[in-house]
Design a protein around this ligand. Structure first.
Ligand code: NDP
Length: 242
């Protein structure tokens, strides 16, 4: 049996595509998200898959799910910290609750997952943590202040932990996608931010990334031998100019 792969935010978008591609290659999986019925849909027909309803901001819930899967499949060799959300809005009027939700999920969620698996990886001198950031983790976009803050956070913590873990042969990787059609935009409450986004999308010919290509990229990064770390990949449609 291959090593255990844990994917957060596996109930839709990039995470669901990653689940399909790792399952097709025979990896046992733990798929996490808050919506059980969506996780069940993704896992339907797959062998060696566990699902668990977990909020990544809840450390204990997150850890319990991972330990349960490790009891069955062995230690986690790959954790993909993919769960996240983007609530667009202008700081002048966006609710601070939306900032808090983004920072808790996009930053604290990644730190939680990392601590839960990292110590075992360091002890074994083997393992990979791949964080899903964003192009908004390296450059700014209007109406994205709090999201940009959270994703700059993911860039910063990933590189810091990579430096700390490198001597122990543990890989910290990051993928930074551009715009893609997933459920991400469905949670945006600001009508004006949404219409600005739609106008921007038109400048790219209305074409956004197919989540499948992000999943294939992640699989390629992980499949490199343990001594090779593809530290960071930026992936966006060719027509995305920002
Ligand atoms: P989706 O909305 O389709 O997927 C987000 C996933 O995160 C869902 O499975 C959702 O599951 C999960 N999630 C959200 N909050 C929590 C939480 N508190 N606990 C556990 N799971 C949670 O969007 P994407 O696939 O696009 O997003 C995946 C990642 O990609 C995010 O980190 C996002 O920031 C990043 N990204 C997306 C881009 C895009 O344009 N789509 C571009 C760049 C980066 P559930 O609701 O069931 O909990």
């Amino acid at each position: 049996m291959k090593n255990l792969v844990v994917i957060t935010g596996a109930s839709s978008g990039f995470g669901a595509e990653m689940a399909k591609i790792f399952n097709a290659d025979g990896f046992p999986l733990l798929l996490l998200g808050r919506r059980t019925e969506k996780l069940e849909e993704v896992a339907k027909g797959m062998d060696n898959v566990m699902i668990d309803s977990v909020d990544v901001t809840d450390y204990d819930q997150f850890e319990t799910a991972i330990r349960k899967a490790e009891d069955k499949y062995g230690k986690t060799d790959l954790l993909i910290n993919n769960a996240g959300l983007m609530l667009l809005g202008n700081v002048q009027d966006q609710s601070p609750k939306e900032w808090q939700t983004m920072l808790d999920t996009n930053v604290m969620g990644v730190l939680n997952g990392t601590q839960i698996v990292l110590n075992d990886m360091i002890e074994r001198e083997h393992g990979t943590i791949l964080n899903v950031s964003s192009i908004a983790g390296k450059k700014t976009f209007t109406n994205h202040a709090a999201y940009v803050a959270s994703k700059f956070g993911v860039h910063g913590l990933s590189e810091t932990i990579r430096e700390e873990s490198a001597p122990k042969n543990v890989r910290i990787m990051m993928v930074a996608p551009g715009a893609a059609e997933t459920e991400l935009l469905t949670h945006v409450t600001s009508e004006s931010a949404l219409s600005d986004y739609e106008a921007w999308k038109k400048t790219m010919g209305g074409i956004t990334l197919d989540p499948k290509h992000v999943a294939e990229t992640v699989k390629f990064m992980y499949d490199m031998p343990q001594e090779v770390n593809i530290r960071e990949v930026d992936i966006a449609t060719t027509r995305q100019d920002a």
